[in-house]
Design a protein around this ligand. Structure first.
Ligand SMILES: NC(=O)c1ccc[n+]([C@@H]2O[C@H](COP(=O)([O-])OP(=O)(O)OC[C@H]3O[C@@H](n4cnc5c(N)ncnc54)[C@H](OP(=O)(O)O)[C@@H]3O)[C@@H](O)[C@H]2O)c1
Length: 286
């Protein structure tokens, strides 16, 4: 069986990738984590499969990628800093993103036998970063504005650019993988409709812009959203649908799945009504 490496396997997206690969039973799956002794990160991965190979690698440590990539036919590079707040120094995010991408790709090029294909998880931030609000349907031809981007967007833009620069003589493709862009209050309304009858209070009122701007002075998580506040972004996902027949899950299902997952995994407390519904469901399925 061919071996696939998934970088940053403990992350939100990468763990889904690992799960799909493991469930397919078609590959030997190797995942990287920063530390094998970090039980919080490693345990959920081990629970996915006892056969999953886990190795340590850090984006900033070039040498760690040589062993990680060894004997792999495919590499899915997902690891990258994904900050929830504006960092004090943008290089905290940009440095590992760019150096990590180069380190992974260079290790792929050096590995004996050669890696056949690399999938790089960039971001639509590398497509529309610093350009939200433009009256434009963004697609794979578009690139973020380096000058106007926030640190995260810049990190994705620069990492992807670095990747293309390294593989400039090789064939490759860029795909937008966004199904639809929604406003936060649209998402809140979908959650509210489903979860209010189960005893949850999902706030659906839109916070006034001036209040968010004031809050952003002392809250770096709010500061991060100010550049895109009230600005619409439209993305065209035609290419991936045409090339792969890719079908996106509808947004309502995705948002509700997230809600249920947050409750079932204990991030949000289960209300008595929610527990009652679960009991009824399990009785019905027995
Ligand atoms: N989630 C989205 O909606 C979304 C959208 C567009 C693009 N993306 C891209 O998808 C990728 C994963 O996003 P995510 O949502 O899954 O984020 P995440 O849960 O924060 O996962 C990020 C992963 O990168 C790893 N990582 C960060 N810095 C590292 C370093 N210095 N060395 C090694 N590993 C490092 C993290 O390891 P630790 O667990 O040890 O911190 C984690 O496994 C990122 O490239 C992100 O830009 C995500």
């Amino acid at each position: 069986m061919t071996r696939v490496l998934v970088t940053g396997a403990s992350g939100f997206l990468a763990m889904h990738v690992v799960k799909q690969l493991v469930d397919s039973r078609e590959y030997i799956v190797r995942g990287t984590v920063r530390s094998l002794t970090n039980e919080k990160k490693v345990k959920p991965l081990k629970e996915l499969s006892s056969e999953l190979e886990l190795v340590e690698a850090d984006l900033t440590k070039k040498e760690s990628w040589i062993d990680a990539v060894k004997d792999c036919t495919y590499v899915i590079h997902v690891a990258s800093p994904f900050p929830a707040a504006t960092p004090r120094d943008e290089m905290e995010v940009i440095g590992p993103a760019v150096d990590g991408t180069k380190n992974v790709l260079e290790a792929c090029a050096k590995t004996k036998g050669g890696v056949k294909r690399v999938v790089l998880t960039s971001s639509c931030a590398a497509v529309y970063g610093g350009r939200a609000g433009e009256d434009h349907l963004f697609n794979e031809e578009d690139w973020a504005s380096e000058e106007e981007s926030i640190p995260y967007e810049k990190s994705k833009l620069m990492a992807e650019r670095a990747a293309w620069e390294l593989v400039k003589n090789l064939p490759g493709n860029r795909y937008v993988t966004v199904s639809v862009c929604l406003w936060w209050d649209d998402m809140a309304k979908i959650l509210d409709e489903e979860f209010r009858p189960l005893g949850y209070n999902v706030p659906t009122r839109v916070a006034p812009t001036f209040l968010l701007k004031i809050t952003s002075w002392f809250d770096p998580t709010v500061k991060m959203i100010i550049p895109v506040l009230n600005k619409e972004v439209r993305l065209d996902n035609k290419k991936i649908k045409e090339d792969f027949g890719f079908q996106f899950r509808d947004e309502k299902t995705t948002i509700l799945d997230m809600g249920y997952s947050l409750i079932d995994s204990g991030f949000i407390k289960a209300t008595p009504k929610y527990q009652e519904m679960k009991t009824q469901q399990s009785t019905a399925s027995n």
